[in-house]
Every structure is written in structure tokens, then in C-alpha cells.
Design a binder for this molecule. Structure first.
Ligand SMILES: [Zn+2]
Length: 142
């Protein structure tokens, strides 16, 4: 698996982001399976029922009913593959976020996306950081 190639694809996916909130940050995500890209996604202003459901993990103290469930890149991409009959422990999620000058920035998934990723049985997450990228492994049964 070529990590640089996957991050380039995730960066490409971010170009379709239309989120207009905080700094209009653009985030791209790709889901790969055994080295092949299955789905791409970006963050969007439109809401998504899966995001709405999992946002409870982000806002434990205030609940999620009063906050708009703008769709994160991970939710966009994973929603395209969630019904596939595959071994999700063999799938990998790549998330890219960059600054305006193109340098990478921290894109660690939020609590909602992490919960969703875990619920699918995905164990490997790669995301950009301020200095490069990180590979995180989620242990434990889903
Ligand atoms: Zn998220």
C-alpha cells in the first residue's frame, strides 16, 4: 500500500468539500480495501443522519439535538461502503487536511467519526498531522 498515493487521493477528494463553517476547512477521506480505493468523501454543509447519530460522542454534555450535523469527510466516504460485504478489518481510512499553503494539518478523526469507524470494524486510520502523518490502530472488538 502506497501511503503517499492514498493521501494524494484524499487530498484530491477534499476539493469537493463545500463546508462553509470554521475557516471553510476542506477535508478529504478515502477508504481503501486491500490496496484499492473503494470510496472518497469530503466534508459538507449538508447534514447526514449517520453524523447526527454519532455526534452524541462529540457533545456528551450538551447532547446533539441543538447542533447541526454537518457531514464530515469520513462519514461521507464510509456511508458509500457501509453495506458492502467485506472484511472491514482489512479496510483502511485515510484523512487529509491541509492549510491554505498546501502543507498538511492535523486531521485526527473526531469522536463521532472514530465511533463510526470502530462500529464498522475498521482498525487502521491514517491522517495528516502538522508535521506529516500518523497511523493509528484501533484495538478491541467493535
Ligand atoms: Zn468527524
Amino acid at each position: 500500500m502506497n501511503v503517499k498515493h492514498m493521501f494524494a487521493a484524499a487530498k484530491g477528494a477534499s476539493s469537493s468539500a463545500d463546508y462553509s463553517g470554521a475557516n471553510a476547512v476542506k477535508i478529504g477521506c478515502v477508504v481503501t480495501y486491500k490496496g484499492t480505493i473503494l470510496a472518497k468523501g469530503a466534508n459538507h454543509d449538508r447534514t447526514h443522519p449517520v453524523q447526527d447519530h454519532y455526534n452524541r460522542y462529540r457533545y456528551k454534555n450538551v447532547g446533539n439535538r441543538y447542533l447541526p450535523s454537518k457531514t464530515h469527510a469520513e462519514i461521507t466516504a464510509l456511508s458509500k461502503v457501509r453495506y458492502l460485504d467485506i472484511d472491514f478489518s482489512q479496510a483502511t481510512v485515510f484523512i487529509w487536511r491541509g492549510l491554505r499553503d498546501g502543507s498538511p494539518a492535523m486531521a485526527r478523526p473526531c469522536a463521532a467519526c472514530r465511533a463510526y469507524i470502530h462500529s464498522l470494524g475498521i482498525k487502521h486510520i491514517y491522517y495528516t498531522t502538522d508535521s506529516g502523518y500518523a497511523h493509528e490502530v484501533i484495538e478491541g472488538d467493535k
